[in-house]
Design a protein around this ligand. Structure first.
Ligand SMILES: [Zn+2]
Ligand SMILES: [Zn+2]
Length: 110
């Protein structure tokens, strides 16, 4: 028996290529392949110390738009991102002072 079947396939909304997996923009639903997602999507982690399911991804257009219109979910993601950046800032500051203190000591004992 021969049958003609219609197969639904997904293609990347940016480069038009067929990929094995896609990431959707959480706002407009645009589907992006892995490579395009790397450059075209802004990723937001869902927690300060964790990431994984629940993370947000927005295409640049939606990211810019949501920044302006006070979207609550997007604002919460941005708050978490700010805290993550703040924390890595502390680490950098701490590392700087640590290196300075250690080289101070090794300078004295030389
Ligand atoms: Zn693509
Ligand atoms: Zn979008």
């Amino acid at each position: 028996m021969k049958k003609q079947v219609t197969v639904e396939k997904s293609f990347c909304d940016v480069c038009g290529k067929e990929a094995s997996g896609y990431t959707n923009c959480d706002c407009c639903g645009k589907e992006l392949c892995y490579e395009c997602g790397n450059t075209e999507l802004k990723e937001y982690k869902h927690a300060v110390h964790f990431s994984g399911s629940g993370d947000g991804s927005y295409c640049h257009e939606c990211d810019a738009q949501l920044r302006g219109n006070g979207d609550k979910k997007h604002a919460a993601y941005r708050k978490i991102e700010a805290l993550r950046n703040e924390e890595s800032g502390w680490h950098e500051d701490f590392k700087k002072r640590m290196t300075a203190a250690e080289s101070e000591l090794s300078g004295l004992s030389a």
